[in-house]
Write a protein that binds this ligand. Structure first.
Ligand code: SF4
Length: 489
């Protein structure tokens, strides 16, 4: 297939940035690698699409068998329409060098209605543009399309028993929006086809468009000229200020003018970097360390989430705790306890709670890193399992946050590069890191666990479980190490 054809996704890419479209078509080798987390988002979109088909049962699937067979799919869609089929999944259309596949096409009383399924919980401007492009292609292919709707996830839905697609999804009619956007679509198509016929990469500088509406997958290529620690890494600096600085030629932290309106924490960060200073507020840190009991549990949770709630009493995208690790000291010996659920389709929350209550014993501070996360998960568990309210609330009441000294910049080293996440703090303070682990971040742990149920080979499952346990264990060991450093101040 000629490379100058546009699809819905390449059109949206081109709307975001013409250079991204060009690179995607002609220099795909320059794209960043797809992370397992991004891959999981794509796959989740597919399962949401399949579930939404249940809203329109007994349709015929017109999707191509593989990506080289687009044109057969357009032909097949036409055949199905001519044969009188009234529900078509993945109906394919082609007009003016643009192809599109509609998730569900339904013949209704008034005429054909296209339904586009999104796994997000709200409609965005990008989805309206996406629907408007489909409207343009389908209508101009000659089909009597009277309506187009977007189907998205209703995040107020709470699963009870089997999934009810009628309650999980919300259908929003966007026909008028699509009609209103037709001139915009035509103009954009002219521009984007023009971009694809150029013989060199469009000269477009980096800007806010690199992250909006999506994180561009060519950032590794376009942003490579920036210093490894630039104004874009300065923590919590307003985006507008960052881009104003960039447009004035300021990229290096040490070029930042004093009057730019930095917060106290940002000033500390800049000062530490420029003057190679280590910031250690001994009094504050000692106060923090002294506020802790002698008997400490170092606790960390891992969670996963899914657009389609996997079992009862779960909302779409709710964080479901599936694992914890805890270290604690007894008789000058470091002890370890842990829990890992069976898989992401078995409700193991009650077991998680029971093990946790048992493991946290009765007293001593429970140190977590970013208290808001663990506390929120426990409150959600209390809401679903009120019978455990008293012991879970007792755990919440014992929690203290090891992140505070770093968030407040009582302890800050230039090598933390503005971040107070445990992944930045640990290597800055000690020789420990996550580099030797197969699973080395929470996102990967979450995706790995969420997909465990589709793996049937027991040896592979054993390896995955071992990797997950090692990762979570490293998080709590990291906390032990970090507190030891703070104790030495
Ligand atoms: S990184 Fe930015 S400038 Fe480069 S292609 Fe992507 S959006 Fe365009």
């Amino acid at each position: 297939m000629a490379k100058t054809y546009l699809s819905k996704s390449t059109f949206i890419k081109g709307v975001q940035c013409e250079k991204a479209l060009y690179l995607h078509k002609y220099n795909r080798e320059l794209a960043d690698d797809i992370s397992p987390q991004q891959q999981a988002v794509f796959e989740s979109g597919t399962s949401v699409g399949l579930l939404a088909q249940e809203l329109f049962p007994q349709g015929v699937d017109a999707s191509p068998k593989d990506y080289s067979q687009y044109f057969q799919s357009f032909k097949y869609t036409l055949e199905l329409i001519n044969k009188g089929v009234e529900v078509i999944y993945e109906a394919g259309f082609f007009y003016d060098n643009v192809m599109c596949f509609v998730d569900v096409l339904v013949k209704e009383k008034e005429g054909w209605h296209a339904y586009e399924v999104k796994s997000s919980t709200k409609i965005t401007d990008t989805y309206i543009i996406d629907a408007s492009l489909q409207y343009h292609v389908i209508k101009n292919s000659g089909l009597d399309l009277v309506n187009i709707s977007i189907i998205h996830i209703d995040n107020s839905y709470v699963r009870s028993g089997a999934i009810d697609p009628k309650k999980l999804f919300q259908l929003v009619l966007v026909t008028q929006h699509a009609i209103d956007k037709q001139n915009y679509i035509k103009d954009k198509l002219t521009i984007l086809h023009g971009v694809l016929s150029q013989d060199s990469i469009p000269n477009i500088d980096i800007g806010p468009h690199c992250a909006s509406p999506y994180d561009c997958n060519f950032k590794g290529y376009c942003w490579q000229g920036l210093p490894s620690y630039s104004i874009f890494d300065l923590s919590r600096l307003n985006k507008k200020i960052k881009w104003n600085l960039y447009n004035r030629g300021v990229v290096d932290i040490n070029q930042i003018p004093i009057n730019v309106g930095l917060s106290d924490n940002q000033k500390i960060e800049v000062d530490a970097y420029v003057n190679k200073k280590e910031i250690i507020h001994k009094f504050k840190i000692r106060e923090f360390v002294n506020s802790l009991s002698d008997n400490i549990f170092y606790l960390d949770f891992e969670t996963y989430q899914s657009a389609i709630p996997p079992f009862s009493n779960v909302k779409p995208y709710q964080q479901i705790p599936f694992q914890y690790s805890a270290h604690y000291e007894r008789n000058q010996k470091m002890m370890h306890v842990e829990f890992l659920a069976k898989d992401a389709v078995t409700d193991c929350r009650e077991k998680f709670i029971q093990h946790l209550i048992d493991d946290m014993q009765e007293d001593g501070d429970i140190l977590v890193y970013n208290i808001g996360f663990e506390r929120s998960r426990l409150r959600e568990l209390i809401a679903v399992f009120p019978q455990y309210k008293i012991p879970l609330q007792a755990i919440i009441n014992r929690m203290k946050d090891l992140m505070i000294p770093f968030k407040e910049k009582w302890y800050y080293l230039p090598s933390m590069k503005g971040s107070y996440s445990i992944k930045s703090v640990l290597p800055a303070l000690s020789s420990m890191s996550y580099d030797d682990l197969e699973i080395n971040n929470g996102g990967l742990a979450s995706v790995t666990f969420a997909n465990m149920h589709i793996i049937s080979n027991q040896d592979s499952l054993n390896v995955i479980r071992k990797n997950l346990l090692e990762y979570c264990k490293r998080d709590t060991l990291a906390m032990v190490e970090i507190l030891n450093v703070l104790k030495m101040v």
